[in-house]
Design a protein around this ligand. Structure first.
Ligand code: SF4
Length: 754
C-alpha cells in the first residue's frame, strides 16, 4: 500500500497546477471529468483544449487492475514486452474462474484444484513483476478495488468492463483490453478519444423500496445499451450527495450497460466516510485538502446544459424501483408496470431463482437491505418459493456480514452462500437442468442479462433488479408480485405484506477480516520463475503476429455475415471456454460460435466457400487458414458490445481473419481489434450491409495509402460475376496505423523496449 499512498500523494500534489492549466486552455468552468482527464495527460500540464468526441489523447493512468480470466492474456502479453517490473501499481484478482455449484467452501476447493496451473501462473507472474495478487476467494475485482485502491481524482484502467465501478469513489476508471493494460504496465501512454460528457442531475432523495440500483436501471432505459457510447457520465446534484459511496459504485458499475466509457461522482462526505470505513483515513484527509478539484465547478452544476453534451435529470424522490429485462439490460420496467409486462409478453411468471450479490451489488448496505427482507420471510411465516443464492463481493464484506449475523438470515430463508466470486454472473453456474433449455425466469442483482450469460440456456429469461427486490421476488416466487403493494399468503394462510427494506451503509462495528486473501509481490522479482507448462492446454506463451504484407488485401472470403446483436459473448463465449483464456489456439475454437449467420439464421453454421458445405465457424476459418486464404467478418450495429475481452479480437487474428466490417462498433472491441493488427472498418453507408452476399470474395483497397480520416474501398466480387464497390470508414490514427503495419501493438512495444 505504501506504493499507493506515494502515488496518490503525487496525484494530489500536482492537481492544483494541472487543473489550473486546464482551466486556462479550456477557458470556461470545468466538469469533474475534465479536471481528472486533464490532470492525467501523458504530456504533463494541458497546453491545448481537446475536442470532445474527436481528439485522441494520450493519458497516464495511475493504476491497473486485472481479473484472472483477462489477466492471463494481458500478462502473457506483458511478458513479451521485455520489462523487469510493472510501471504503475497493478493487481490481479482471482474471481472469474470459480464455478458456483454447491456453496462457497466446496466450490472454492474445486476451483483451486481445477485452476491450479492458472493460479500458479498468475501468482508467480505477479510475484515476479511487482503485481499485487488477490487469491481465489478474496473477492470480486471491483469490490476489492473499491475497498482498497480506488481514490477520488485518480485514473485507472482495468481488464474488465465493470472497472467503471470505481467511479463511485470519484475515479475515472475505464475497462480496457489486456493489450491496453499491457501498454500501461510497460510504462507507455494509454490513448483514449476525448469523451463526450453526459450530465445526470440527481435531485430529491431515495426512499422505501427504491435504491441506487434503480437510478442506473432508469438511466439504462433512457439511454439504451448504445446511448452512453463515447461518453463519460457525470452524476451531480443534492441527490448524488445523498447516495452512499457503494450505491454510487452500483450506478457507475452498470454504466457499462449503456456503453459509457465510464461514469463518475464528485468527492463528497459519503466518499470520505467510506474511505475512513475501509481503513483509508489518510486518503480521505489528503482528498479533503484538494476537495475543490475533486468535483465539478459550481457554475457547471448550476447550468449543466452549457457544459455537458446531454443532460438528464432524475428526481430520486419520485423514482420507482425498476426491473430490467429480459435479454437486455435497457428494457426498463417501473415496478408498477412490470406485472402487466410479464403477462402481456408471455414471459414465464414463475420465478425459478433469485440471485443477489456480484460486483454490482454486494456492499454491506446491499446485504443488510436484502437481509431485512429475508428476515421477514422467517418472521412472517413465509416460505421462499424460489431458490436463492448470495455471492458476497469480497472476503472483507463476507466476513463482516457473517459476523453481524446477516448470512445466517439468508440461510434461514433457504439461501445458499456462494464463493466471493463472479459465479453465475459470468456463466460459472452449474445450474441443475439448464441443459434441458426449458423456458424459465430468473432475477438477479447483477448487471448483464444477455441470453445464455448466467446458465448457458438461451431460454432463461433473466431480469435485473436491486438485491432487495430480488429477495422479495424470490420469496414470492412470482414475477407478477409487486412487493410495494401486494400481499403474500403465509404458511398459516394469512395475508402478509413485506415491509420496506432497511439497510446500514457501513458496519457499526467496522469492517473485519481474518485473511483478506492478498499476496504482496517479491521485493526483487528477478529470480522468480514464472510457471507455465509446455504441455498445458490452458496456457500458451505467445508468438508475435506477422506484420502486414504491404499490399492491398484481395481474395478474402466472407466468413460470416452476423445478424443482429453480436456481443463479445457471441464472438468469444464465456462459460466453459473461460478455462482456455490463457491458450490462444485452444480458445479460438469458440470464435463467433454464438453469432447468428444472416443467411441461414443459425448459430455456428457457415458456408465453407472452398467446399460449399456448412460447418462450424472456427473449423471453416481454420480451413481458410490452412489454404492460406484470408477472410472477413461482417457485422451489424454495436458489434463487440459487452465485456472487454481481447480474445474476441485475438482469435480472429490468430485464425487469419483480416478485417471486421460492421455498421458500428462498441468502443473497447474496436480498440482491441486495432491493437491486434486487425482492420476494424465500418460501412460508410450502413445500407451496404445488404450488398454482402454469402459467396462473396472480397478485396480491401487503399491500404498502401492507409491514413487517418481517409476512407478505404471494398470490392465485393459476387459469385455471379457481378461486383459492388463500397466505401468503408475507419477511426485509425497515425499510431494505430503503425500497429496495423507492424502486425500488432505489441510488436511495436517490444521494439521500443530494446
Ligand atoms: S459483472 Fe459479473 S462477471 Fe463481471 S466482474 Fe462483476 S461479478 Fe464478475
Amino acid at each position: 500500500m505504501a506504493f499507493d499512498i506515494e502515488m496518490i500523494k503525487k496525484v494530489y500534489d500536482n492537481l492544483d497546477a494541472k487543473v489550473n492549466a486546464a482551466r486556462k486552455v479550456v477557458n470556461k468552468p470545468l466538469t469533474l471529468t475534465e479536471k481528472i482527464l486533464y490532470a492525467h495527460l501523458w504530456d504533463g500540464e494541458a497546453s491545448t483544449a481537446y475536442e470532445r468526441g474527436k481528439s485522441y489523447v494520450d493519458f497516464a493512468p495511475d493504476r491497473v487492475a486485472m481479473q484472472d480470466a483477462t489477466a492471463q492474456m494481458a500478462l502473457l502479453q506483458f511478458m513479451q514486452a521485455g520489462r523487469p517490473q510493472v510501471a504503475v501499481p497493478s493487481t490481479v484478482h482471482c474471481d472469474h474462474l470459480i464455478q458456483a455449484k454447491e456453496g462457497a467452501d466446496k466450490d472454492l476447493a474445486t476451483a483451486n484444484n481445477q485452476n491450479k496451473e492458472v493460479y500458479e501462473f498468475l501468482s508467480s507472474v505477479s510475484n515476479k513483476y511487482g503485481i499485487g495478487f488477490w487469491k481465489p476467494g478474496a473477492g470480486i475485482i471491483h469490490q476489492v478495488v473499491l475497498e482498497n485502491y480506488a481514490f477520488p481524482g485518480g485514473m485507472m484502467i482495468g481488464t474488465d468492463s465493470h472497472t467503471v465501478n470505481a467511479g463511485g469513489l470519484g475515479m475515472v476508471a475505464i475497462g480496457v483490453g489486456g493489450a491496453d493494460a499491457c501498454d500501461v504496465m510497460a510504462g507507455l501512454a494509454w490513448e483514449l478519444k476525448f469523451p463526450k460528457l453526459i450530465g445526470v442531475k440527481l435531485t430529491g432523495k431515495l426512499s422505501g423500496w427504491t435504491s441506487a440500483k434503480d437510478v442506473i436501471l432508469k438511466v439504462a432505459g433512457i439511454l439504451t445499451v448504445k446511448g452512453g457510447t463515447g461518453a463519460i457520465v457525470e452524476y451531480f446534484g443534492e441527490g448524488a450527495n445523498s447516495l452512499s459511496c457503494t450505491g454510487k459504485g452500483t450506478i457507475c458499475n452498470m454504466g457499462a450497460e449503456i456503453g459509457a466509457t465510464t461514469s463518475i461522482f464528485g468527492y463528497d462526505a459519503k466518499m470520505a466516510d467510506y474511505l475512513r470505513g475501509t481503513g483509508r483515513a489518510d486518503v480521505a484527509a489528503m482528498a479533503d485538502k484538494v476537495a475543490a478539484h475533486l468535483t465539478g465547478d459550481a457554475e457547471v452544476y448550476a447550468n449543466p446544459e452549457q457544459y455537458f453534451d446531454q443532460v438528464i435529470e432524475i428526481n430520486l424522490s419520485e423514482l420507482e424501483p425498476h426491473i430490467n429485462g429480459p435479454f437486455t439490460p435497457d428494457l426498463a420496467w417501473p415496478l408498477s408496470k412490470f406485472a402487466a409486462a410479464v403477462k402481456e409478453a408471455g414471459w414465464p411468471a414463475k420465478l425459478e431463482v433469485g440471485l443477489i450479490g456480484s460486483c454490482t451489488n454486494s456492499s454491506y448496505e446491499d446485504i443488510t437491505r436484502a437481509a431485512s427482507i429475508a428476515q421477514q420471510a422467517v418472521d412472517k411465516n413465509l416460505v421462499a418459493k424460489s431458490e436463492f443464492t448470495i455471492t458476497p463481493g469480497s472476503e472483507q464484506v463476507r466476513y463482516t456480514v457473517e459476523r453481524d449475523g446477516y448470512l445466517k438470515i439468508f440461510e434461514n430463508m433457504g439461501g445458499v452462500v456462494l464463493a466471493n466470486a463472479c459465479g453465475p454472473c459470468i456463466g460459472q453456474w452449474a445450474r441443475h437442468g439448464a441443459e434441458k433449455q426449458e423456458k424459465n425466469s430468473i432475477i438477479t442483482s447483477f448487471n448483464r442479462n444477455f441470453a445464455k450469460r448466467a446458465d448457458g440456456n438461451p431460454n432463461t429469461h433473466s431480469f435485473v433488479a436491486s438485491p432487495e427486490i430480488v429477495t422479495a421476488m424470490a420469496i414470492a416466487g412470482d414475477l407478477t408480485f409487486n412487493p410495494a403493494t401486494d400481499t403474500l399468503t403465509n404458511s398459516k394462510g394469512e395475508q402478509v405484506k413485506l415491509d420496506e427494506p432497511k439497510g446500514i451503509e457501513l458496519p457499526i462495528k467496522g469492517f473485519a477480516v481474518e485473511d483478506a486473501g492478498y499476496q504482496a509481490p517479491a521485493e526483487d522479482g528477478s529470480k522468480v520463475q514464472v510457471l507455465v507448462s509446455e504441455t498445458s492446454d490452458r496456457l500458451q506463451l505467445l508468438e508475435p503476429f506477422k506484420a502486414w504484407e504491404g499490399t492491398d488485401l484481395s481474395g478474402l472470403k466472407l466468413l460470416i455475415k452476423a445478424k443482429g446483436k453480436c456481443t463479445t459473448d457471441h464472438i468469444s463465449m464465456a462459460g466453459p471456454w473461460l478455462k482456455f483464456r490463457g491458450h490462444l489456439d485452444n480458445i479460438s475454437n469458440n470464435m463467433l460460435i454464438g453469432a447468428i449467420n444472416f443467411f441461414n439464421e443459425k448459430a455456428d453454421s457457415v458456408k465453407n466457400q472452398l467446399t460449399g458445405e456448412y460447418g462450424s465457424v472456427p473449423a471453416t476459418q481454420r480451413a481458410y487458414k490452412a489454404a492460406n486464404i484470408g477472410s472477413i467478418v461482417v457485422g451489424d450495429e454495436n458489434y463487440g458490445e459487452g465485456s472487454s475481452r481481447e480474445h474476441a479480437a485475438m482469435e480472429p487474428r490468430h485464425l487469419g481473419v483480416r478485417a471486421i466490417l460492421v455498421k458500428s462498433f462498441a468502443r473497447i472491441h474496436e480498440t482491441n481489434l486495432k491493437k491486434q493488427g486487425m482492420l476494424a472498418l465500418t460501412f460508410a453507408n450502413p445500407a451496404d450491409y445488404d450488398k454482402i452476399q454469402e459467396d462473396d470474395t472480397i478485396d480491401i483497397i487503399g491500404l498502401t495509402s492507409f491514413a487517418a480520416n481517409k476512407p478505404l474501398s471494398i470490392v465485393l466480387n459476387h459469385a455471379d460475376g457481378s461486383k459492388d464497390e463500397i466505401s468503408v470508414n475507419h477511426t485509425y490514427n497515425e499510431q494505430q496505423i503503425e500497429w496495423f503495419k507492424a502486425g500488432g501493438a505489441l510488436n511495436i512495444i517490444r521494439a521500443s523496449v530494446k
